[in-house]
Design a protein around this ligand. Sequence first.
Ligand code: SIN
Length: 483
Amino acid sequence: MSLGAPPLVVVGCGVAGLATALSAAPRRVLLIGRAPAGVDCCTALAQGGIAAALDTGDSADAHAHDTLAAGADHNDYDAVRYLVDNAVMAVRWLQAQGVPFDLEGTRFLLGREGGHRRHRIVHAGGDASGASLLLALIRAAQNSPHIDWRPPAMLDALRVGAHGVSGLRLRWPGEPRGEEIDCAEVVLATGGCGALFAASTNPSGADGNGLALALAAGAQARDLEFIQFHPTALSVAVNGALPLITEALRGAGARLFDDDGVAIMSDQHPLGDLAPRDVVARQVWLAQQDGRRIWLDATHLHETWLLQFPTVYALCRAHGIDPRVQRIPVTPAAHFHMGGIAVDLDGRTTVEGLYAVGEAACNGVHGANRLASNSLLEGVVYGRRLGQSLAGIRRHVPAGGGDWVERGCDADAAALIGLRALSWRALGPVRDGAIMREALDELAQDAGMGGSWQGGLVGRLLHAALARTHSLGAHFRCDSPVD
Ligand code: SIN
């Protein structure tokens, strides 16, 4: 390890950032997150696990088939092939990092979620998979001498010139002076933008800050209109992220009913309650528009609740619901961004020296709708690929060259509330051209919302959604036929 050489900077400490940083050894890595380790991070909240063809009789081809079917065949085929071919290896790598996957004897306990035609999902600690995985990767990173994990800071600006990226600037809340760091390779692993929606399963930090900065720096975006809505967030009044009610419950036999006891997914799709997420989320949303409330009934699980689903059990109890004997009120919520910063399979953006991975990036692997439990997998598989490739790359960039690029003004608290409501109304599970155009007008007239970088990003999503005039996957337009 040469301490004098410019470091590789990885921004974001979820699964994708940590897999990248760990795999870049022995190259020196500066790892930077906005919050302390494990806090304000989507990975920590993930209840689904990792999809991998581990069962006898299953295959990478079958996993690819389900990934493409969920993605409405809008996926990049090479990206899907690489993902499914490396899924089993990703599980083995995670085990080597100390992730305690759930086993039955020596065999993996395999669960099922929406869009999968068979049991294919490994969990760790039941529905606490994301937290278990994150804990192991955090420990591994803290014990890795090549990683310098900096105290929490916000990536404030990138320096970009004719040779691409040549530096970045960090800032801390309330401190006027930032810190400038010379570097030639920056990886954005900053997560998605679900927190820009009124109903979301994402923590507040998943606000598209990395995507917005990359766009300001001139990087191309891809598939911005494809936002996934999870059909079953807990329907409660909370400030911030709605608790997730994992789809694995439906994999274990739970079913969705309306107030009248009608099973809303029968006759809707051959996979019934385990149809791909976009299909189920739309049914829940449409029932709500009719004034019906939707309930998940998992009372058949009785006492296995605590063993298999301790996280959801605790979340329900915290809101006064005993899911062993009561149905759970659910609602759709923004969950995952399939689109993002356009990258190739090696994480390269269109700006030299700028890379992106995980939910912030889009290499086309998820198409128009992500298959359940393919996102932690994506973070590991493509994080490892990117880290390994960057271990050997050294660009030579003239020191100090280029101009500072920032995102723009932050929206204040009131503007953010307005913006989230606008996104939910115009870019939710069912979209309409007239409502999206009205939303763009509202952004143009409201300086608080429209003048902020968050408003600018929502504007980009609206333009992308308007440009795709036909429904496809998670992008559903009630004013157009399905492609
Ligand atoms: C879930 O547990 O339902 C979410 C899993 C995922 O997002 O893939």
